[in-house]
Ligand binder design. Structure first.
Ligand code: ADP
Length: 413
């Protein structure tokens, strides 16, 4: 007996609803159960209407049914149980039940069957049926709890996002006033008050500008996923080319070289795909080491996903920070070391997860970083609308997936 068996069995009498036309057989069943250690109360019925009535009156723990009755078959009691939405176990008792019929009955939902000349097995069959029902109810309860929690979480996330959006949106206006007037103060009164006053006004201006930048970032973050319906076929090669064009000055200044293989067409929001490349490549340039940045963008098919990677030869990241860096406003450096607010990767994560993918980093401090992300390869929309089924040499994609293409000449070149 397992530790949960006692929970499955009824505390007082075992309430049995017995579908049987033979009084003697009914008594034998009751005896077998008592012999097996049950204290039982048995109600015997013979036909469907009475069965249905007693079902509601007795609320039995188990239904035992003779397979062959003159008016109806015991197995038909299952329909009545289903109709009533009851998960009461039904055990068939029969004089002779061939293996095929027995298997068919179990398939239709009977919990077990016992032959009349083997009634000694009945108590064990009842115990097992009660145990199974107990476990089934526990599992159903756990599933319902989980579904409720998921729903609560989704609701509270949506509320939080709404709050972040409204707060950051509504904070902009008063903040603009603070920033404007502190700047005005700085311009009009610089040098006309004492030295400390100039310093304090300077701090106030800096603080206001910084808060404006943070709020802009927060707003950008909470906007991801709000656009809804802006998805389409995005040629990642074109998105990357656009990003490299806009990063041109930074690449030139740092001497960065970006190479890439053929990239796929994905089903996504074009501006968001561009933003992911922009943030990852922008970071690869910003967090460079002593060498000029050498950045590589690749994609490959892995199962039902595209696996993208953006690798660099920069300062790298200690593995213990590999998750933190994707959290809003989390940075590993001060602003005097590297500019930024710590929102870029959080936005990438939100975009990628919104597309049904994942993003992570594989890096070591001092040894460069590889940012990887996945995007679904053959979602129904991608398949039908982008005309691609796991191929990169589709319309709009660069052919020859192994080709390495320097996309921008370095400053030295
Ligand atoms: P920001 O660039 O504004 O700091 P991000 O969210 O883009 O914000 O990045 C968070 C942090 O992750 C950065 O401050 C940096 O410490 C680290 N990081 C991001 N990309 C790289 C990279 N390519 N190499 C090294 N560190 C990186």
């Amino acid at each position: 007996m397992t530790t949960t068996d006692h929970l499955a069995e009824p505390q007082g009498q075992l309430r049995v609803l017995h579908v049987e036309d033979n009084e003697m057989d009914a008594e034998l069943v009751a005896q077998a159960l008592r012999k097996g250690g049950f204290s039982v109360s048995v109600v015997v019925v013979q036909e469907e209407a009475e069965f249905e009535r007693q079902l509601h009156l007795q609320n039995p723990d188990v239904v035992i049914a003779d397979y062959n009755l003159p008016q109806w078959k015991g197995i038909d009691a299952l329909h009545v149980l289903r109709r009533a939405g009851l998960d009461i176990p039904l055990i068939l008792v029969s004089g002779a039940l061939g293996d095929v019929t027995a298997a068919e009955c179990i398939k239709r939902g009977a919990t077990d069957y016992v032959l009349k000349d083997g009634l000694a097995r009945l108590p064990e069959a009842v115990r097992r049926a009660l145990q199974e029902r107990h476990l089934f109810r526990l599992r159903r309860q756990a599933e319902e709890d989980l579904a409720r929690k998921v729903e609560e979480l989704a609701r509270s996330n949506a509320e939080l996002e709404q709050f972040a959006y409204i707060a950051s949106h509504d904070l902009q206006e008063p903040l603009r006033m603070v920033a404007t007037y502190t700047q005005l103060l700085a311009e009009r009164y610089r040098g006309r008050l004492d030295e400390n006053a100039d310093k304090f006004i300077g701090y106030a201006c800096e603080g206001a500008l910084r808060m404006q930048a943070l709020i802009q970032d927060l707003l950008a973050f909470s906007r991801v996923g709000r656009s809804g319906g802006a998805c389409g076929c995005v040629d990642c090669n074109a998105a990357l080319a656009e990003v490299l064009q806009s990063l041109g000055p930074a690449m030139k200044e740092s001497g960065a070289v970006v190479t890439h293989g053929a990239l796929p067409v994905v089903w996504a929001d074009r501006s968001q795909v561009t933003q992911v490349f922009q943030n990852l490549i922008g970071n690869a340039i910003k967090f460079r080491g002593k060498e000029a940045p050498a950045i590589s963008v690749q994609a490959e098919e892995v199962g039902r996903q595209w696996l993208f990677s953006v690798s660099d030869n920069g300062i790298g990241i200690a593995p213990e920070y590999a998750e933190n860096i994707f959290v809003v406003f989390q940075r590993l450096h001060t602003r005097s070391e590297y500019a930024g607010n710590g929102i870029g990767l959080a936005i990438c994560k939100k975009i990628i997860e919104h597309c049904g993918g994942k993003i992570w980093v594989e890096a070591q401090a001092g040894h460069g970083s590889v940012f990887k992300f996945t995007m679904p390869r053959d979602g129904p929309a991608a398949k039908e609308l982008c005309g691609q089924e796991g191929s990169m040499s589709s319309p709009g994609a660069v052919s020859g997936s192994t080709t390495e293409m320097p996309l921008a000449a370095s400053a030295k070149a």
